[in-house]
Ligand binder design. Structure first.
Ligand code: HEM
Length: 418
């Protein structure tokens, strides 16, 4: 792994300093879009838009596979960070390749395509209205815990086929784990809840084997993969872990960070209130600007040149969607939110064979939640003193807690949707 002069990146992506100055750091990195970082055993940092897109499109050379000890002598890192977060199941959609990955995508597509999302639309809107109804007469709420967290959590429960009433339990596990970073007390607490969560998932799976329903879990327990065999329990947990983790906290972060930005830039909020159609292009712009899934990882399967550097089989790669989405070669004034930015080829959902399968659902949930806030509590003000952002998680950005005040309004009175 010879590194050309200057292609060295010094940052420690788990440090507070990196976290606080990461936009400046990524800007510096983009001058050398593929560079080697010596921390954590050494890895390549890919920060330019073209290079990030090239890596993620070439899933054969830059694999997402996770396999601790493989017969071919490589350690396959998977996608979940350098170093990998200990004690969590592998994400067995994002971290598998080949026929099993294709079979899982085929199984999930009917639940994820725009036609399916159109079917969920009334439920999503009803959830958004109902949760705001619970708080609107108060004039104050924690917009993360009371609104942006439950709506995506309940939809995910419903799609997968889990009891919707258990949403807060699943949401707590993922929110605590994502919000505070691998070594924190909160992440350890979240991991301690996992055994009970896994037992509950397997209990519901056993019910679906006996009595299938129209949900993802029923299809998963019946799925035949290689050699016509069914998924083992540990594989089933890995798939569900990926699906629930993907569905739960990501759209929550997108919505919370957007609401925060619209508090800092009230003139943008006013534009969205005056012209509700603007929310469609603005959704893409907030996806780009917030880039909530900031980084993920890959393993190199064959020697290859990338961005003037020679990468070798077995090397690890840190991909920055965040940096790609701020690449000034592709986006004019990237540090600014331009509500009607066009074109907007952002990589917030990734690109290539592992592109986010939940992207249409994420957009629909975000739009529904934003419409609800902008029409019913348009004068909300963020309590910035009390707001806490995720810290120490290089993969995911988000907001732990964000109290808002607003003029109390009437309830709509929709039925409880779950
Ligand atoms: C703002 C919301 C979201 C963002 C920014 C986001 C981001 C991403 C990104 C960047 C990837 C690509 C991973 C890679 O290439 O390695 C991905 C994959 C994935 N996402 Fe999302 N996601 C979001 C919402 C969702 C939702 C709502 C679901 C489920 C309902 C979901 C489920 C998944 C799954 C299962 C994968 C793995 C796909 C595969 O490997 O084939 N995501 N997501």
């Amino acid at each position: 792994m010879p590194v050309t002069d200057g292609a060295i990146s010094e940052f420690d992506h788990h440090s507070e300093e990196f976290f606080d100055h990461r936009h400046e750091e990524w800007m510096r990195q983009r001058r050398c879009p593929v560079a080697h970082n010596p921390h954590y055993g050494g890895f390549w940092v890919v920060s330019g838009y073209d290079e990030v897109a090239a890596v993620s499109r070439d899933g054969a050379t830059f694999t997402s596979k996770y396999e601790e000890s493989s017969p071919d002598g490589i350690e396959y890192l998977g996608i979940m960070g350098i170093p990998r977060m200990p004690g969590v199941p592998p994400a067995l959609i994002a971290e598998v390749e080949g026929p099993t990955h294709a079979a899982l995508r085929r199984l999930l597509n009917p639940f994820m395509l725009p036609s399916a999302v159109a079917g969920y639309q009334p439920f999503i809107e009803q959830c958004a209205t109902w949760f705001l109804d619970q708080m609107i007469s108060e004039g104050r709420m924690d917009v993360v815990k009371d609104f942006a967290n439950p709506v995506p959590a309940i939809l995910t429960m419903k799609m997968v086929g889990l009891p919707c009433e258990s949403w807060s339990y699943y949401a707590e596990v993922f929110h605590s784990m994502n919000a505070h970073g691998a070594g924190s007390e909160q992440a350890a607490h979240a991991r301690s809840l996992m055994d009970a969560m896994i037992a509950e998932l397997l209990r519901v799976a056993a019910e679906r084997r006996v009595e299938p329903k129209e949900d993802i879990l029923s299809r998963l327990v019946a799925l035949e993969i290689e050699d016509g065999r069914r998924l083992r329990d540990d594989e089933l947990i890995g798939v569900l872990w990926n699906l629930i983790g993907g569905g739960l906290d990501t759209t929550t972060s997108l919505t919370s960070l957007t609401l925060h930005h619209l508090d800092v830039r009230p003139e943008l909020r006013q534009k969205l209130i005056d012209d509700p159609d603007l929310l469609v292009p603005a959704t893409e712009e907030f996806l780009r600007f917030t880039s909530v899934n900031e980084t993920l990882t890959r393993t190199v399967t064959a020697d290859i040149e990338l961005g003037g550097q020679q990468l070798e089989r077995g090397d690890f790669v840190l991909l920055s969607w965040l940096s790609a989405n701020f690449d000034e070669k592709v986006f004019d004034r990237p540090e600014e939110v331009v509500l009607d930015r066009s074109p907007n080829p952002h990589l917030a959902f990734g690109v290539g064979p592992h592109r986010c399968i939940g992207m249409h659902i994420a957009r629909a949930m975000f739009v529904a939640m934003m419409r609800e806030v902008l029409t019913r509590i348009p004068d909300y003000r963020v309590d910035r003193e009390a707001t806490r952002f995720y810290r120490g998680n290089p993969e995911l950005a988000g907001v732990v807690t964000m109290p808002i005040d607003f003029t109390p309004g009437p309830t709509v009175g929709v039925e409880r949707p779950f």
